[in-house]
Each structure stands twice: as C-alpha cells, then as structure tokens.
Design a protein around this ligand. Structure first.
Ligand code: ATR
Length: 276
C-alpha cells in the first residue's frame, strides 16, 4: 500500500515535517510520501474534501488551520475537543477523524527529558495561545499537583482555565505576581513565541526569583537554546527545549497513520540535520 500523507498550513515553506516523516517512512520500510501543502484559509474546505477523493491516509494541520478545520471533519477525539484544536487528521474507511497530538507530545518530552515523576510538581505555564491549551490539558490529565497560567492578556488565560474546568483546576496569575514568586514553582514552561528566531534576544519572563533545581522549558526549538533557557541554565535549572515536543507530536501522528512504532531517534536526527 502506498500511504499518502502531508501537512496543511499557510505559510508552509519552512516546515520540517516532510523531511522528518519521509525519513521515518524509509526507516521502517513503508511505501509512501509526505508532502507540504500551502492551503489558503479560503481553500481549506476544498483541501479537506480532496483528502477523501485522493485517498490520503491523513495529514497534519498547522497554523492557521488548527481550529477552523474542525467543522469539516466527521469525528473529533475527546482530547482535541477539549483543547479546541486539531493537528492531525486520520482517514478511516472514508471518515476523517481529528486528533491533537501536541499536548501528549509535549508531556512525553517533559517526562522523558526531565527523568522525573511530575505528579508532585507545581507547574507554571506562560502564554495562553493554542500551544498553551494543549499543554495545559495534557498536564491536567496526567495530574500535576498545581497548574497555574500567566499571560499578557489575562482574559485569554481565564479562558484556558474555563475550558480546562472539566479536567482540573487552573489558577490564573498576573505576570507581575508570577515573576515575583517563581520559588513557588518546580516547572516553568514558555509557550509564547518570544525568543524565537530572528528575535533571539527577547525573553518572555524574568527569571530573577528562580530557584535552583527548577525545570525550565521552552516550546521553541529555533534556536534550540533560547536566551531564556540559557539564563535558566546559568541559574542552575534543568532546561528542556521544544524539539522533543515537535518530534513526539509527529511520532504520535505517524503511529496513528501507520500502526507502526515511530523511529523517534531517526526523526530527531533528521530534524537536527535540517536545522544546521
Ligand atoms: P500558539 O497557537 O502558537 O500558542 P498564539 O495563539 O498566537 O500562538 O499565542 C501566542 C501567545 O504568545 C499568547 O499567549 C500571546 O499573548 P497574548 O494572549 O497577550 O497575545 C503571547 N505573546 C506573543 N507575543 C507576545 C509579546 N510580545 N508579549 C507578551 N506575550 C506575547
């Protein structure tokens, strides 16, 4: 069987998903291809229809389509429904099913790379966009001790607390309060785009009150070490960048499409080579 897959986004030029997934297909010896499709928002419904006509096994969905694609699907997984966004579509017998693998992908990388049990940890999320939603839902489902969220726009942080209510409690903190009380947190996660190339000098948050032995994480992976992670490392924190989340969200999607275990190491090496 020749598996057809890909990613829908706009713009899509810099996506590393095709290289990562084509390397994964070759590594496990499956016939297929994964392409990048630049889909203008106006053409999204037609593009989803073409998945059925052209018998795609599935696609990833990235910005700006993660929310708007949902009405065009036949079924939405419960995680994706709670998060309110889909990043992976799987076609099963002509039915299109939407999943969200971002949150689980992030949680897997946090657990693996920290090497720690997180159930007794107090966690702070900075930012309240789509990525923050996915991370918050996954952390709550896993069951951390405390989850707090801070954001420039407080109403968006409150909205995340509201959608998370069925899963677990989230406290909403103004940035000034959060920054002054970092000793109250064991894990601090930046989900904003502040510090991403080319604006590599910017920092999302002051780490002045950070305690040693904290875990500080950034969803950004371009650059692999943001200035913020460098500052955290200098203060004695364990740091985790966004590369693991990117690899894992792709690996979980690959497993949904192929039923095979994703070759995560090969996928990671391919992305690292592409980033050079
Ligand atoms: P994504 O879906 O990737 O999470 P997003 O929905 O655009 O992206 O969310 C971006 C997040 O980064 C938001 O929390 C945003 O804060 P606001 O909700 O206040 O807009 C945050 N962000 C982006 N640029 C920022 C900046 N210059 N200062 C503070 N926060 C910023």
């Amino acid at each position: 069987m020749n598996l057809r897959m890909g990613v829908f986004g706009h713009p899509i030029g810099h996506s590393m998903s095709p290289a990562m997934h084509n390397a994964a297909l070759a590594e496990v010896g499956l016939q297929g291809s994964y392409g990048a499709y630049d889909i203008h928002p106006e053409d999204l419904e037609e593009a989803v229809r073409s998945l059925r006509e052209d018998q795609f096994r599935g696609v990833n969905v990235t910005l700006p389509h993660k929310v708007n694609v949902m009405p065009f699907l036949d079924e939405i997984s419960s995680d994706a429904r709670t998060i309110g966004a889909v990043n992976t579509i799987v076609q099963e017998n002509g039915r299109l099913i939407g999943y969200n693998t971002d949150g689980q992908g992030y949680l897997d990388s946090l657990l693996t790379e920290s090497g720690e049990e997180l159930k007794n940890k107090k966690v702070l999320i900075i930012g309240a966009g789509g990525a923050a939603r996915a991370v918050a839902v996954s952390l709550l489902k896993y069951g951390v001790q405390v989850l707090a969220i801070t954001n420039r726009t407080m109403s968006k942080a409150k909205e995340i607390a509201r959608i998370c209510e069925p899963v677990g409690p989230v406290s909403v903190l103004p940035s000034t309060i959060a920054q002054a009380n970092l000793t109250g947190f064991d894990v601090i996660i930046n989900t904003t785009s502040i510090g991403m190339a080319p604006d590599i000098d910017r920092m999302p948050f002051s780490l002045e009150t950070l305690k040693r032995d904290s875990i500080v994480s950034d969803l950004i992976y371009t650059p692999l070490k943001t200035r913020w992670l460098q500052v955290a490392e200098n203060k004695g924190a364990k740091t985790i960048n966004g590369l693991g989340m990117f690899i894992n969200q792709g690996a979980i999607a690959f497993e949904l499409w192929t039923g095979r275990k994703a070759p995560r190491e090969k996928m990671k090496q391919t992305v690292l080579d592409a980033l050079k």
